[in-house]
Design a protein around this ligand. Sequence first.
Ligand code: NAD
Length: 349
Amino acid sequence: MHRFIYTGLPARVVFADGAVGELSREVDRLGARQVLVLTTPQQRGDGDALAAGLGAGVYAGATMHTPVGVTEDALKLVQSSGVDCLVALGGGSTIGLSKAIALRTDLPQIAIPTTYAGSEMTPILGETRDGRKTTQKSPKVLPEVVLYDVGLTMTLPAGLSGTSGINAIAHAVEAMYAEDCNPIIGSLAEQSIAALVRALPRIAADPGDREARSDAQYGAFLAGVCLGSVGMALHHKLCHTLGGMFDLPHSETHTIVLPHALAYNGPSVPRAIAAMARAVGEDDVPRALFELAGKVGAPRALRDLGMPESGIDQAADQAFANPYWNPRPLLRAPLRELIARAWAGEAPA
Ligand code: NAD
């Protein structure tokens, strides 16, 4: 007998090759007149081109970890130029800035994601103040409209495409065994993993493969819905801890840790593992994800990202500082072993 709670996220999604051509219509639908395009310094050219068509302003100062200082700087421009709609063009960093402004102003947001991180589909915001990253959930930060246009992902470098795609897989994997998982999110997660596992090796072989890019973007969209809808566990908490303690890059850290975190949790979640095995087409899912990282040329060892060996014990201790729900109880020795393997780049246990 079915028994579950499912809360849908109220977002309008336009998914099409060329979806960005719908932008001015979407701005009109929101009744907005003065748009501000947000992006990173690296994507300034694309931001300027988008803004030119709308007579919009551009703020190209988005950066990793959503520092509050950058948000306050952008807010000055929002207030001085009467902005009534935000357009975020970029990955999780740019969408994070947009969410941080929306939290403070309640302005409507149109997100145009250019990576596979999935932030555009979540009511989650991580912000950094004085070097400390805190995360909160609020319906205020969920973008009203998301335009998925494969054309804007074609320039995502091959390496980042692989790690960003595995970051998306991680959302779907942890959704499958979430404490509050439900059959709707479970089936989206399975589809998400299947699409990404199919697409990522093709993108690594040919970054110009538009079909594969579209498949990856579809998988990333579904993974974002999963991340926004149910709670995450060991994998996400560990990546958050490691990233904060040793200043490690986001998607690479997720890529390295995922096979190990899944090997740890796997014995406690046999039904979720069976669904993941259907999606990846292999019985040993942690091993398949470890091999996928190799196929897309991703780093496999935390030490190669700059984490010191002494950090293994520090991170294992930290995991017990703020306890959280996980399908398998957190045990010091196997957890340390997990981190040690990820640090050394060994195959999952
Ligand atoms: P990112 O946004 O930091 O982008 C990485 C780099 O790639 C940037 O320099 C960016 O300009 C560039 N880039 C992005 N798309 C490009 C493209 N198509 N072509 C060329 N260059 C491109 O990376 P990310 O992995 O998308 O985001 C990571 C951040 O997002 C982290 O801070 C993470 O915590 C956050 N995040 C938040 C959520 C959430 O729900 N709140 C979800 C996932 C990630």
